[in-house]
Design a binder for this molecule. Structure first.
Ligand SMILES: [Fe+2]
Length: 389
């Protein structure tokens, strides 16, 4: 049995953010809290959404103090703001962090407790407040997933929280909101989305429903990521990246992520790198480690991307995929831990803890090749020595 779950409605296309009031009205939601970050409070997007709502007779308040990689403390503050008002839903507006924050407080406001209580393997299916997601990056797929990631700042651990309560009831997927993303963010969030598609497809929890979306997303993202990176104003590339990112989000929400994400979260927690960036620096090396245990599926990824010659064997196609992922990182100038100035001694020192946290998240167990702690440590060492311009 596979449980499929998606937002009840997705409005996909340029300009759909203007339909926010209609989405709320259709759901009979009347008192939203807009959850965003200081950037979107300053650039006017949060105000634009609030004005759209006000013009439709829907009063709202805005909380704009969410932080990158939201923490237990930041979520407590946001929850206090939410419960001090009278709200019947939350609107997550921004990149992955504001949306993940909105998800967390929607659950805490109804069910109480601390975010640590909701860490996997706990599954929170019982609903909190309804969540409406308006993503501004083409990457996390958070608008369509039943996950949120909150950092336990006392233990430097990114906690994966799972359950239908974290799945938005509706999402407005408007690529025009991504047109101003800088090149680095475009590349990192784009590789995150490609990672979602590949991991959903090779996962031990893969299934035909998720497969179809993963393959479609993978190809769309692959065909457009370089263009979106080099020509950020290219509307067609932006539209395709947004579509692919949401499809990849649905795919991994209904399959899973795997070893790349398992290893990426601890890097983010210890070294405060953007989620997409820590995935990107891992993806080629982790794929190289994994392919032999899932040759058919990895080969299918390569064929789906149309990067293999006709008649190439599974082993040959899997190798083509690994090489292409290394090349993609080079083309997108993905930095490695060394070039980011991370001290080698610190990297080595926390490697055993990072490996421990990776395994505890459960994601590596979904990988075609399930690694030991020692193998994960060796991969962290490899990424240190290899990655980066
Ligand atoms: Fe991700």
């Amino acid at each position: 049995m596979t449980l499929f779950a998606l937002p009840r409605t997705l409005r996909v296309g340029g300009g759909t953010v203007a339909e926010t009031p209609a989405v709320l009205a259709g759901l009979e939601l009347k008192r939203p809290l807009i959850v965003t970050d200081p950037f979107f409070a300053q650039n006017g997007l949060a105000e634009r959404v609030a004005t759209l709502l006000a013009d439709a007779g829907i009063p709202s308040r805005t909380y704009s103090e969410t932080i990158p990689d939201p923490t237990v403390a930041s979520i407590d503050a946001a929850t206090a703001f939410l419960t001090a008002g009278d709200h019947d839903c939350v609107i997550g507006l921004g990149g992955g962090s504001p949306i993940d924050s909105a998800k967390a407080i929607a659950v805490l406001a109804v069910h109480g407790g601390k975010m640590r209580d909701y860490k996997a393997p706990h599954v929170q299916d019982e609903a909190g407040l309804p969540i409406i997601a308006i993503p501004t990056t083409a990457g996390t797929g958070s608008e369509a997933t039943r996950f949120t990631i909150i950092t336990d700042d006392e233990r430097d651990e990114k906690m994966l929280c799972i359950g239908l309560a974290f799945l938005p009831i509706a999402a407005l997927v408007d690529y025009e909101l991504t047109l101003s993303m800088p090149a680095r963010l475009t590349a990192d969030t784009g590789v995150d989305a490609i990672t979602h598609a590949i991991e959903a497809y090779v996962s031990r929890r893969a299934n035909p429903f998720a497969d179809a979306l993963a393959l479609a997303a993978m190809r769309t993202l692959w065909d457009n990521i370089r263009l979106a990176y080099t020509d950020p104003t290219n509307r067609n590339a932006r539209e395709k990246m947004m579509l692919g990112a949401t499809q990849a989000g649905i795919a991994f929400s209904n399959s899973s992520v795997a070893l790349v994400h398992g290893m990426s979260r601890p890097i983010g927690a210890f070294f405060h790198l953007a989620h997409g960036l820590s995935n990107a620096m891992l993806l080629p090396a982790v794929t190289a480690f994994s392919v032999d245990a899932g040759l058919e599926r990895y080969a299918e990824c390569a064929r789906n991307l149309r990067i293999t010659a006709d008649g190439t064997s599974d082993a040959g196609a899997a190798k083509v995929l690994v090489d292409a992922l290394f090349r993609l990182n080079a083309d997108l100038a993905v930095p490695g831990p060394r070039s980011l100035g991370i001290a080698p001694a610190r990297w080595q020192e926390v490697t055993p803890t990072m490996a421990e946290q990776a395994i505890a998240s459960g994601s590596p167990a979904n990988n075609p090749r399930v690694p030991s702690a020692a193998e994960i440590e060796a991969l962290y060492a490899r990424v240190w020595s290899e990655a980066g311009p």
